[in-house]
Design a protein around this ligand. Structure first.
Ligand SMILES: Cc1cc2nc3c(=O)[nH]c(=O)nc-3n(C[C@H](O)[C@H](O)[C@H](O)COP(=O)(O)OP(=O)(O)OC[C@H]3O[C@@H](n4cnc5c(N)ncnc54)[C@H](O)[C@@H]3O)c2cc1C
Length: 438
C-alpha cells in the first residue's frame, strides 16, 4: 500500500494532522490500534492558540458549536470554611480575537475532526490497526508494518512517517529518542457529572491538600478534577463513594445533589500526572508529535493543546514541502525548531503550577494565595500569565517578576504592556513561509 504521509496513532494529534494534510491534497493514512477508546477522559480544554490554529484550517466553526466557552478561571483558597483569598484570571487581558478557552468532550472533538477529514478522498483511516515497526533499519524509512483487524500484515510505503502514539510511542523507541521523566507526589481523580446552571466559568477551590477544579461542558455537565495524596485513593475506595461525595461537597457545597449522580467508582478515572520531554522530535524522515514527545502536568490545561499545536505546525510545514516539491527530510527540523521551545516553556509553566499545589503546610498556602492575588492585581503579571497559558505568545518570568509577585517590589517597576505585546506572529508560527517569499 502507498501513501504520502503515514501516521501511527489516531488520537487528537494524529487526526488533526491527517485532516490538515488531506485538505491540502496530500495522501495520508492514519492507523489506530484500539477498536474504541478505553479511557473515558482526556484533555477537554482548548486554549485560545489551539482555537486560532483551528480557525486557520477551517475547523473552529464546527468545534465552537460543540463546545462551551470559558472566559475566566476563579481560584478560591479556603482556610477551614473561611475564604482566605479569591482570585480571578481573565483571558481577555490579552487583546486578541481568541480571548476565551473552550471546553469540549475529548471524544466529540476527535469524532468531529475525523468526520471533517473523511470528506477528503486523500484521507484514509484504519482502525483497529497497529503499527509494529519498519522493514528497514537505516535513518530513512520506506515501509511501515501494520497489523490489522484479522491479524493480517499490511506494508505501507510513504515519504514520511509520523509517531502520534502517545506516551508509549514505538516510533520514538525505534528512533532511540530518550525521555527525561518527572513524577509528582499526588494523583487526580477525574469525572464528569451534571452541573448547576450558574456554574458557567472555570473554578478551582483549594483547602489543605485538596484542590478541586471545575470546568463547565455543554449540556449542563461539568468536568471535575480532584487532587488527592498518593496513598489516599485506596482508602477512599474502601470508605465508599460517600467519602468521594464528601470531599466535593465540603469544598463546594453547591455540588450537593449533583456529585451524587456519579454512581460507581468505574466512572471515576484515576489520573497519574507525569512530565516528560524528549531531547529531539525528528529523526530522518520521521517526526513525533504530542504525548510521544512531551507530557505535562495537567494543572495548567496544556497537554492536549501542545498535541494540537504540534499537529497544526507539522501539517503546515509538510503541506508547504509538498507544494514546493521539496521533500528533503532535513526540512522537518523546522517543525522541531518552532515547537520544542514552546512545549518546553509550557511544560515548565505546568510544572511550576503543580509545585505550587504539592506542599500543604499553612505558611506555604498563605504565600501561594498572596502570590496568586498579586498576579491578578498587577496588570503586567496578569497579562504575562494569560499570554503564556493561552499559548498566544511567550513572555518568560524574570527575577524582578518574582520580587513583585511576593510583594518585595511594587508593580510599577515592571514594563508596561503596550498593546498586543509578545504575541506570536504568523511568521513565528511558520517561519519557512517567509523564507519561501524571500
Ligand atoms: C486522564 C487524562 C486527563 C487529561 N486531561 C487533560 C486536560 O484537562 N487538558 C489537557 O490539555 N490535556 C489533558 N490530558 C492530556 C491530553 O489528553 C493528551 O496530551 C493528548 O490526548 C495527547 O494527544 P496525542 O494525540 O499525542 O496522544 P493520545 O491522545 O494518547 O493518542 C495516541 C493514540 O495512538 C494510539 N496508538 C498507540 N500506539 C499505537 C500503535 N502502535 N499503532 C497505532 N496506534 C497506536 C493510541 O491508541 C491512541 O489512540 C489528559 C490526559 C489524560 C490521560
Amino acid at each position: 500500500m502507498k501513501t504520502d504521509v503515514f501516521i501511527s496513532g489516531g488520537g487528537i494529534s494524529g487526526l488533526m494532522l491527517g485532516y490538515s494534510l488531506a485538505r491540502n491534497g496530500i495522501d495520508v493514512l492514519v492507523v489506530e490500534k484500539e477498536a474504541k477508546s478505553s479511557i473515558k477522559y482526556k484533555g477537554e480544554l482548548l486554549q485560545p492558540k489551539s482555537l486560532e490554529m483551528m480557525d486557520r484550517i477551517e475547523l473552529y466553526d464546527d468545534v465552537r458549536k460543540h463546545g462551551f466557552p470559558i472566559h475566566t478561571t476563579g481560584i478560591t483558597e479556603l482556610s477551614g470554611d473561611q475564604v482566605m483569598k479569591h482570585i480571578t484570571y481573565r483571558y481577555s487581558v490579552v487583546d486578541h480575537p481568541f480571548n476565551a478557552a473552550l471546553m469540549i468532550p475529548h471524544e466529540t472533538l476527535k469524532e468531529l475532526i475525523r468526520q471533517k477529514a473523511e470528506q477528503y478522498e486523500h484521507f484514509q483511516y484504519m482502525q483497529p490497526a497497529k503499527f509494529t515497526g519498519f522493514k528497514e533499519t537505516g535513518a530513512i524509512k520506506k515501509t511501515a508494518v501494520v497489523v490489522g483487524r484479522e491479524r493480517e500484515e499490511v506494508h505501507v510505503s510513504a515519504d514520511f512517517f509520523i509517531g502520534a502514539e502517545g506516551r508509549s510511542s514505538p516510533i520514538r523507541n525505534i528512533l532511540g529518542i530518550e525521555l527525561k521523566e518527572t513524577e509528582y507526589n499526588h494523583y487526580f481523580l477525574t469525572v464528569t457529572f451534571p452541573r448547576p446552571e450558574y456554574l458557567t466559568e472555570g473554578e478551582m477551590v483549594v483547602r489543605d491538600h485538596y484542590f478541586l477544579g471545575l470546568f463547565p461542558l455543554p449540556d449542563l455537565k461539568v468536568r471535575t478534577v480532584l487532587l488527592i495524596k498518593k496513598d489516599e485513593y485506596k482508602q477512599m475506595k474502601r470508605d465508599g463513594l460517600e467519602s468521594f461525595y464528601r470531599c466535593y461537597t465540603s469544598l463546594k457545597p453547591e455540588l450537593d445533589g449533583y456529585v451524587q449522580k456519579v454512581k460507581s467508582w468505574k466512572d471515576i478515572q484515576l489520573m497519574i500526572p507525569t512530565r516528560h520531554n524528549a531531547d529531539r522530535y525528528v529523526g530522518g524522515n520521521c517526526a513525533l508529535m504530542g504525548d510521544a514527545v512531551h507530557t505535562v502536568h495537567p494543572m495548567a490545561g496544556e497537554g492536549m493543546n501542545l498535541a494540537i499545536q504540534d499537529a497544526y505546525t507539522l501539517g503546515e510545514l509538510l503541506s508547504c514541502m509538498y507544494e514546493t516539491d521539496n521533500l528533503e527530510p532535513g526540512q522537518l527540523k523546522l517543525y522541531e525548531q518552532v515547537r520544542k521551545p514552546r512545549a518546553e516553556h509550557l511544560s515548565k509553566l505546568s510544572h511550576t503550577s503543580a509545585l505550587a499545589y504539592s506542599y500543604w503546610q499553612k505558611p506555604w498556602r498563605v504565600i501561594r494565595a498572596h502570590v496568586l492575588k498579586r498576579i491578578e492585581r498587577v496588570h503586567t503579571l496578569h497579562y504575562k500569565q494569560m499570554l503564556n497559558v493561552s499559548g498566544l505568545g511567550i513572555w518568560k518570568d524574570t527575577w524582578v517578576d518574582r520580587f513583585v509577585q511576593i510583594g518585595l517590589l511594587p508593580g510599577f517597576v515592571l514594563p508596561k504592556v503596550k498593546g498586543q505585546e509578545r504575541l506570536y506572529t504568523e511568521n513565528d508560527d511558520h517561519p519557512w513561509k517567509k523564507e519561501e517569499e524571500e
